[in-house]
Design a binder for this molecule. Sequence first.
Ligand code: WT7
Length: 635
Amino acid sequence: MSNYHIKHFEEYFQIYRKSVRDPESFWSEVAEEHFLWQKRWDNVLEWDFKKPEVKWFSNAKLNITQNCIDRHLQTKAERTALIFEPNDPNEAAQHITFRKLHEEVGKFANVLKEQGIQKGDRVCIYLPMIPDLVYSTLACARIGAIHSVVFAGFSAKALATRINDSECKMVITSDGGYRGEKTIDLKGIVDTSLETCPSVEKVLVAKRINSEISMKEGRDLWLAPLIDKASPDCPIEVMDAEDPLFILYTSGSTGKPKGMVHTTAGYMVYTAYTFKNVFQYREGDIFWCTADIGWITGHSYIVYGPLLNGATTVLFEGIPSYPDFGRFWQVIEKHKVTQFYTAPTAIRTLAKENLSYLDNHDLSSLKILGSVGEPINEEAWHWYNDNVGKKKSPIVDTWWQTETGGIMISPIAFSTPTKPTYATLPLPGVQVALMDEKGEEIKGNQVDGRLCIKFPWPSMARTIWGDHERYRTTYFDTFENKYFTGDGALRDEVGYYRITGRVDDIIIVSGHNLGTAPIEDAINEHPAVAESAIVGYPHDIKGNALYGFIILKEVGESRIHDNLRKEINQLITEHVGPIAKLDKIQFTVGLPKTRSGKIMRRILRKIACKDLTNMGDTSTLLNPEVVQSIIDTAL
Ligand code: WT7
């Protein structure tokens, strides 16, 4: 029995038990068997959740790109590593072999070095889903620069906040990007951002849409001519196991986004391991994860996890609705995709469309379906299972987070019996606890509580960039000696887990993790707004939509015009991005507040959900009368 590849349910239990009984020998066996190391580790694990400090494979030396690329050159240089499927179905797809990937990453890495990037420097990558995004990410890793990929749907202000937080020295972008019928002016957004980003010395610009853009002398450089004259050979930088590999920003319930720091060895071992097992990757498989590389799902399961296993991974530039709602199915047919990994929001969107979009395509290549990003509702699960999987492809509902780096709770395809809406069982090495509000662990089955992890796993984020104290208070302060996920979960009669959703002020809209604070800050910038509070309410397609309760400075109907709603959403678009726009805006005279001045969102949530049966205890409110007036004017 190999620890690295679980093949049936019995084996899962044996391996899981071993991983809990002796995590160190478990992970060291996995690490030893399947990766290239420049130097072996001294200790497998050192940890203290109080500090908190976690080190895996300490003092080991390696480079993750050697593991993603170079080591496959002997056996599969001519195999396809990356299939690039463009936005426009009439533009030819590109099949990029491991040999070509090696060359492109090597050239890009040499360009970065020539432009002054050194080990430890932060490089912001703001690109559409094109091969340069993969090349630049891996090029950073090759020379030890820390990549910070920012999703290209974020606004100029959101981009600037992220660049400044980690003081990036360089931005890599393109002249623009395609998104369905639209183009996006990425370079223009970067230019606006950089007015407030003093740390950025150079901007590398890839050509994608051939638009007219302005190039700032001395700062901006076209990528192509630099790549053309760069050497494809770039020796690896030898990295320490705990050297940062990347920073990826995720929303916090308060304050600015959190730059989660992932380090090299643990992230490598865990993403490779989970990719192999959850998706049961076999040689020749074509894996397609529809996420954007700007999110952790793309980092771990478009780039690192698949390439570490020598797999073929699909990079899709487009959207599910262009040129029509058959696009996903057409891509699956065209590239004979074997594993398809997408989000419940996409499933719900497509389930609303006519089944002929699906039936027009041959999906017989599919073996395994995946879901990620938010709880999948029963209806969407069945639609996915019946129509896409034809009831023969297991659905792996994978629960995890930006912070966890890799999948934590999920079925193992073909081993774990699935159950609609359940993420099922923790993967090897993942020790789950459900906690009650008093901070006690809830034992036994058929219980629910707050989801915690009580033992380190290799790919956990090690800190928040520049703010270790925030890392401690956000994740390790609520429950002693445990990592708190921010989610609620229930455990059924056989021990399966179902994630019930966030228990903090984070709202997941179309799979995007949004903190209420930055959205409220954006709204409050409007000169007419005195105060605001955002909550989520159920939405058929997005999972949740945003409902804003807004107090205006001057009360009176005359102030409430439609433009005001538009202006508020415009501000949100500028500060956070269009994904954070409010679906409903209710102007109100007050917000329910506790005596300490905290907005009682629980009440607003009930009003937004039209659940007016029981408002709960409002006795601690400073202004209980305001509740009725909000109910009376609710939308
Ligand atoms: C939050 C993390 C990690 C992938 C993308 C999201 C929710 C994620 C599931 C799932 C129920 C899920 C949780 C989690 N979530 N996957 N399979 N079932 N909820 O990463 O942006 O860091 O969001 O997404 O609430 O805490 P993220």
